[in-house]
Design a protein around this ligand. Structure first.
Ligand SMILES: *Cc1c(COP(=O)(O)O)cnc(C)c1O
Length: 438
């Protein structure tokens, strides 16, 4: 349940269990059976029956029986991860995390107050995982008036008593600053039993490993395949890396970024160098420092923690760190590229015109890089991370004649909302949480 380890680093499994020898026996399982099998290999303190129950409840709300269906689009296979309650792939991990935390808290007879900050893209998935539970309260800060109307509605239409939407009179940076100051007040944190569900949580990564197996079985052919993944915090692609280490026959991991391209630059040069965060039309990937990247480094640097510490400290201090390498690529298992907003829009238009397939802007970043870097001969699975109806303004620019929507978004427009507006002041937010946490 802890995010960061006590020394400020990240938690990783001691080893990756292998399933290479029994892929055949997993092939015919349902998504929930597969998830129970794969995650069970990493879990020794929840019985198989209990885990199966958690998994079953996690994916009940998905609107596709396959949970993560694989769709053929031209030469590419698109793995759709957006069939959960908030129409983005974060649901796959956060629905499970909600069930998992609930289970552990019940067992321990404890309560937890979860505090988070969002620029708008991911808050709703965290809320959806926690709403209505009696042993968790959720406090989520977002910058007032600076998220899209739709994103705000996805959060504020949740009226469950345990969910507190906090509109901060300030920027997303203010929200993050408040979050950091509150978490660094250790007596307060302890007193209020504060926790987080951020993207470094190990259970989130684990839940994401499953759908790469699902993709392989849906391809319905033996042999190697490539995956292309629109990347921000490196969580999704790290899950693919783990699946590969476990024996899933993934050949290339194709990493796709928008113009915030620190990761694609790294995989093409060995240099990890911070840039300015630029706003793009794929906002969930407007990230410069990717929290899960450190986990990959650990394995890449021979599981030597002191090398990771050295790399990360150099990066903290100078905004730049380098791994020495002398081949054309840093890691031959990875290919990496980026897409500008213009290229992203072009892909949306192209896929709609050619195949009648509508991709959201994050998915389109992946499709752009996939089309440039894919190596012929192997099947390519490109990951779709959000439903296009979440980004109507972008879709309108790319395909003007089309109006895109989704029943669960239409429904939002008529629902009542609840949120509390607070000054961008750590003490004000602390007092609010204390009052609401009783
Ligand atoms: C979070 C997110 C991403 C990036 O995923 P990471 O695991 O952070 O690399 C891509 N697309 C969408 C829609 C997201 O919400």
């Amino acid at each position: 349940m802890m995010g960061l380890a006590t020394d400020g680093g990240l938690l990783v499994p001691e080893f990756f269990p292998t399933v290479a020898h029994r892929l055949g026996s997993l092939r015919d399982l349902s998504y929930t059976e597969l998830a129970t099998e794969i995650m069970g290999l990493f879990i020794d303190d929840i019985s198989e029956v209990e885990l199966a129950g958690l998994v079953e409840r996690s994916y009940r709300s998905f609107d596709d029986l396959l949970v993560t269906p694989l769709v053929r689009v031209g030469d590419i296979h698109v793995l759709e991860l957006f069939h959960g309650p908030t129409l983005a792939f974060k649901d796959i991990a956060l629905q499970f995390l909600g069930e998992l935390f609930d289970h552990i808290l019940k067992e321990r007879g404890e309560q937890l107050n979860i505090l988070g900050a969002t620029s708008g893209d991911t808050g709703s998935a965290a809320i959806a995982g926690v709403r209505g539970r009696d042993n968790m309260r959720m406090f989520i800060m977002y910058p007032e008036g600076r998220t899209s109307a739709l994103q705000e509605r996805q959060m504020t239409t949740v009226l469950d008593e345990n969910v507190h939407n906090i509109a901060i009179k300030g920027s997303f940076d203010d929200c993050q600053h408040i979050l950091k100051s509150i978490f660094s007040d250790l007596p307060y944190k302890h007193d209020l039993r504060l926790g987080a569900v951020n993207s470094v949580n190990w259970a989130r990564v684990l839940a994401q490993v499953v759908y790469y197996f699902s993709a392989y079985f849906q391809l319905d052919q033996e042999g190697e395949f490539d995956v292309c993944i629109p990347t921000g915090n490196f969580g999704n692609i790290f899950a693919a890396y783990i699946a590969r280490q476990m024996g899933l026959p993934i050949n290339k991991l194709v990493l796709a970024t928008n113009e915030n391209d620190i990761l694609s630059r790294f995989f093409n040069s060995g240099v990890y160098e911070r840039g300015e965060v630029r706003r793009s039309i794929s906002p969930a990937m407007d990230i410069q420092v990717s929290s899960n990247f450190e986990r990959y480094l650990f394995f890449q640097l021979g599981e030597a923690p002191e090398k990771v510490v050295d790399f990360m400290q150099t990066f903290e201090r100078f905004g730049r760190s380098e791994v020495h390498y002398n081949t054309a690529q840093f890691d031959s298992r990875f290919l990496a590229g980026s897409a500008s907003d213009e290229e992203t829009l072009k892909q949306i238009t192209h896929y709609h015109r050619e195949y009648g397939y509508l991709a959201d802007p994050h998915t389109a970043v992946g499709l752009h890089v996939a089309s440039r870097l894919s190596e012929s001969g192997r099947p390519l699975v490109s990951i779709a991370t959000a439903h296009p109806a979440k980004f109507p303004e972008v879709i309108e620019r790319a395909v003007p004649e089309l109006e895109v929507t989704h029943p669960s978004i239409i429904e939002l427009m008529d629902l009542p909302t609840r949120s509390t507006s607070l000054e961008a002041d750590t003490e004000v937010v602390k007092a609010f949480i204390r009052r609401m946490a009783g």
